[in-house]
Structures are given as structure tokens and as C-alpha cells.
Write a new protein. Structure first.
Ligand SMILES: [Zn+2]
Length: 518
């Protein structure tokens, strides 16, 4: 399966439930699977689902926002403003009318007018994910904290919160990924006042005991261990750990095992985490569906108006260029097909860098089911069970990842060589205009499919907000596709896919059953 380019994919988002799409912002195609395991799901330990194994599925992944690695937030609080951001017009990737307002405390909110009579999707987007876990020993905290957000307040205990959700007949959940944490509710429009009230309450007044904290920490460890039963978690963990030396993308969203094991002792730090990141200038609300703009603004002002800004947030370190190829060979105790996972460093998200759109196109050219490489390895030679690749959008430079589940261990080197050769062929021969147009058409169509419901549309918006802070990044990014030329494809195939820019992870079942592979 493929995904749509842009955001989506790789897997890692730990989520509680939902599944949507993540198809969005990542570009890629093929089935990919997830990256690490860790991300976050929410409160109770829910299934994390590391990647499915099917041929095409990728775990879910969310995209993330943007600013380069900088102080993520410390930006100045914008002055209050209100504007109509986009009008419905034909041809735009995100065709819905949008109203935006920045409140006096820096909280930004969007109302997206979507034709879903009687229904409203309410998304609270925290522009903090595992990328922001800059302190040693604290990996996995964004995800862990997502769990804690369901622990209640003085006004609404966990039970009282859940009772409200049930009473209004809402679906409520959350997920965490590299660049963001999202809390989302889907309900009837009449419930909007209650939703705004309970969400505003927990974002400002969260309260939990140390025993509750320790209990949730154990739930997160259980979630890690569950993910660890799947080879994907181990592979993505190894890929990012080796590909990155300084940047926090070195750890996956769920975090390093040793840090998760230590979480029960980090109660004090958890309060600091909340104090630092759950602040109005680091959160964006997205309300999509059947809602009147002024009603939304009034409710938000009433319930979030007293929320205050916090201390400056730490800067995320930048990653120096990789100088030489890195290789990691993993063993696995238990049954598994041999697997190959390759990551090439790519730029962070931008609405002006055409290379990103070209990388999305390249992912399609290489890994879509109609691609020559896919047909050869999967269908004709039948050496590979699943093959996928994607350029997942991230705030900071991340990786273009390629994943192949190979049928026989002895075919691993040949499959790796076939992938490299195909990239070299594209760098040498390029593609013609028609092929490019066909791919772009597919990419745009697939993206539009991600906007099929109010809830999915809110999620798409959340991904871009995480990347840049602004919903208009969607149309700005899509405009890049029309700038991609066949010459760009040749250039990026040569530029980003050099061996020195990659990390290769292979995994095979241990032949000696006594050897612990994991
Ligand atoms: Zn979780």
C-alpha cells in the first residue's frame, strides 16, 4: 500500500486508538512500517501496533512540525489577531474555508468549516513530541506524558472525565510521535461547550499522585515490551540510534528501554515537563466540522483565557552531516523473515524546498506497486515479500526510509544492491514528463483521500501545524509539487542517496536458538 506522501507513515506514533491515516504527510509508498516503537499512545496501554506486516501497511505515523531545531518554542507570543486564512477555491490541496485566531496568551486556534452536519472534531495539538526530549535519560517522556493527561484534575477526575466523554457520546483519544502530541475528540456539535471545558481544564489543571504516576510508568513499560515482540521496533530503534549522533531523533517515540525503566522515579521531572510544554504558545486547537466561528472563539476565550505562558523551552541540538556509511546486523530470537531497513538523511520540512516534494515523487517512482523495482523484486522474482519506502516529513532533518521483508537470508545482499542500482538508474536516466505528471496526480489524489471526514481532516491539519505552526503550510507544501521537474528527480537521486549518507540495518532470525537476539 502506499501512502501518500507527506506525512505519514513510518510508524511510530503511538496512539491510542485511532487509526487514521497517516498517510499523509510522509511521502512514500509502499508499505512501510513503523519505526520504532514507541510512540505514544495514550492513557491506558493500548495497542501500539508496530507495523503491520502486510505489504503495505505502515504503522501510523504522524508528521510533525517544523521549525528547525531550534528553540522550539521560545518564540515570542504573537499578538492577538484574527484572520480568514483560506478560502475555498478549486485546485487547492486543502480546500476548506478556515478561520484562525491567536489569543492574547499565544494560544492559536483554527476553525475549519467542513461539511459534516452535526459533527465536530476537536484536536489539541501540542507541538512537542519525542524530538523535544533533549535531556539525557528522559527519552520517551512525551509519550509517557500523554498517558498522564488522562489522569484527571480536581474538577474532573479521571472517572468524571470519562463519564463526560461517555455522556456526550464522543470518541476521545490521543497519540504521540516524533514532533507532536495530539489529543482528539469527535462528537456531536451540541457537545462542543463541554469538550472545550474539559479539555481546557486538563491542559491547565492536570493533577496526579505519585502512585498514579508510577502505575502509568509501568503501563508504558508494558507497551514497550509489547512492541518489542515485533522485529520492527528493534530495527527502527537501531536505525535511528545509529543514524543520529546528537539530534533527539536518535531515539524513537517510545524511548530507550533504560529510560522507560527509570520512569517511575521521574515524578518531579514530569511536573517540569508539563510546566514547560503544556503552555498556550505551544498548543494549537483545531476545530473541524459543523461549528460557527464566533461560538468557538467565545468558548475558547472563556475556558483557555486564563492560561499563562511558561518558561523558555530547550533548544533541540542539530545533527551534523553523516560522513560514512553505517551498518548494523541484528539477530532475532523467534520466527521472522529476514529484513532490510535503510535510512538516508534528508532535509527537515519546509514549504520552500522543492527537494522534499521531489523526494516524495522519488518514493513513488521506486516503491509504488506499479514501480519497476517493486514489480521485479516482489512480483517477478518473488524475492521480497513487502517493499516500501517513504520520505516522512519532520520538523528537523530526518530519514528517507526503505524497508524490505526478504524471503531468504541469502537474498539480502542482492535485494540491497537492486535498490541501490535502481536509485542510480534514476540518477542517470531520470524520468520523462509524463511519468512525473502521473506520479504527481497520484500523490494529489491520495492526499485528497485523506480529507474524507472531519476527523481525518483535523488530523491532517494537526500534522502540518506540528511541522510549521500553521495550517496554511498544507497548500504551500502542495504548491511545491508543481515545481518538481524531471531534472530535480535526477539531481536528488544522486544527492541524497550516496552510500555515505545511509545507515543500513539488517535483521535475521538467529540460527542458534540459544543466542539471545533481542
Ligand atoms: Zn502509550
Amino acid at each position: 500500500m502506499r501512502q501518500v506522501p507527506f506525512l505519514a507513515r513510518r510508524g511510530q506514533r503511538l496512539r491510542h486508538a485511532v487509526t487514521l491515516t497517516w498517510v499523509l504527510l510522509s511521502s512514500g509508498s509502499g508499505a512501510m512500517s513503523s519505526r520504532a516503537a514507541g510512540a505514544a499512545d495514550a492513557p491506558a496501554p493500548k495497542p501500539l501496533s508496530p507495523a503491520p506486516a502486510g505489504a503495505g501497511s505502515r504503522p501510523s505515523v504522524p508528521p510533525t512540525p517544523a521549525p528547525a531545531s531550534g528553540p522550539a518554542a521560545a518564540a515570542a507570543v504573537p499578538s492577538p489577531s484574527q484572520e480568514h486564512v483560506m478560502n475555498k477555491s478549486g485546485g487547492e490541496a486543502f480546500p476548506f474555508p478556515v478561520d484562525q485566531k491567536v489569543f492574547a496568551n499565544g494560544l492559536r486556534a483554527y476553525v475549519v468549516h467542513y461539511d459534516s452536519p452535526g459533527l465536530v472534531a476537536y484536536y489539541s495539538v501540542v507541538r512537542t513530541g519525542s524530538r523535544n526530549e533533549v535531556e539525557p535519560g528522559k527519552s520517551g517522556f512525551a509519550h509517557f506524558f500523554e498517558h498522564m493527561m488522562f489522569r484527571g484534575t480536581d474538577k474532573y477526575s479521571q472517572e468524571a472525565y470519562n463519564a463526560v466523554i461517555k455522556e456526550i457520546g464522543a470518541d476521545s483519544n490521543a497519540y504521540t510521535s516524533d514532533d507532536l502530541t495530539v489529543y482528539h475528540i469527535l462528537a456531536g456539535k451540541a457537545a462542543l461547550p463541554r469538550i472545550v471545558e474539559i479539555e481546557a481544564d486538563r491542559f491547565q489543571n492536570l493533577k496526579y499522585s505519585e502512585p498514579d504516576f508510577e502505575k502509568e510508568a509501568r503501563a508504558v513499560l508494558g507497551e514497550y515490551n509489547k512492541g518489542a515482540s515485533n522485529p520492527f521496533q528493534k530495527m527502527f530503534e537501531a536505525l535511528f540510534d545509529h543514524a543520529f549522533t546528537r539530534h533527539t531523533y536518535k531515539h524513537t517515540t517510545i524511548g530507550f528501554l533504560k529510560d522507560i525503566e527509570n520512569m517511575p522515579h521521574e515524578f518531579a521531572y514530569s511536573r517540569q515537563f508539563f510546566d514547560r510544554y503544556y503552555r498556550p504558545d505551544n498548543v494549537t486547537l483545531v476545530v473541524v466540522g459543523d461549528v460557527a466561528t464566533e461560538t468557538a472563539w467565545d468558548l475558547i476565550e472563556k475556558h483557555y483565557g486564563g492560561w499563562k505562558g511558561g518558561p523558555p523551552r530547550p533548544v533541540v541540538p542539530s545533527e551534523p552531516p553523516q560522513a560514512a556509511e553505517k551498518r548494523v546486523a541484528l539477530g532475532w530470537t523467534g520466527a521472522t523473515l529476514p529484513q532490510l531497513l535503510i535510512g538516508y538523511h534528508t532535509p527537515g520540512f519546509s514549504t520552500t524546498n522543492v527537494d522534499l516534494a521531489a523526494l516524495d515523487v522519488l518514493a513513488e517512482l521506486l516503491f509504488a506497486e506499479r514501480a519497476p523495482l517493486y514489480k521485479r523484486l516482489v512480483i517477478t522474482e518473488q524475492k521480497v515479500e513487502t517493499l516500501s519506502g517513504a520520505n516522512e516529513a519532520h520538523v528537523d532533518p530526518n530519514l528517507f526510509t526503505i524497508l524490505a521483508r526478504v524471503k531468504k537470508p541469502e537474498d539480502l545482499p542482492g535485494v540491497e544492491a537492486a535498490i541501490s542500482d535502481e536509485v542510480k538508474r534514476l540518477a542517470r536516466e531520470g524520468i520523462d514528463d509524463k511519468t512525473l505528471r502521473d506520479v504527481l496526480s497520484h500523490v494529489k489524489y491520495a492526499f485528497a483521500a485523506q480529507l474524507a471526514t472531519a476527523d481525518k481532516t483535523a488530523n491532517v491539519a494537526a500534522q502540518f501545524i506540528a511541522l510549521t505552526g500553521k495550517i496554511d503550510a498544507i497548500n504551500a507544501y502542495f504548491a511545491l509539487y508543481d515545481k518538481v521537474t524531471p531534472a530535480d528527480i535526477k539531481r536528488i537521486a544522486a544527492q541524497y542517496f550516496a552510500p555515505s549518507n545511509r545507515t543500513v540495518v539488517t535483521l535475521k532470525a538467529n540460527t542458534d536458538a540459544k543466542k539471545a537476539g533481542r
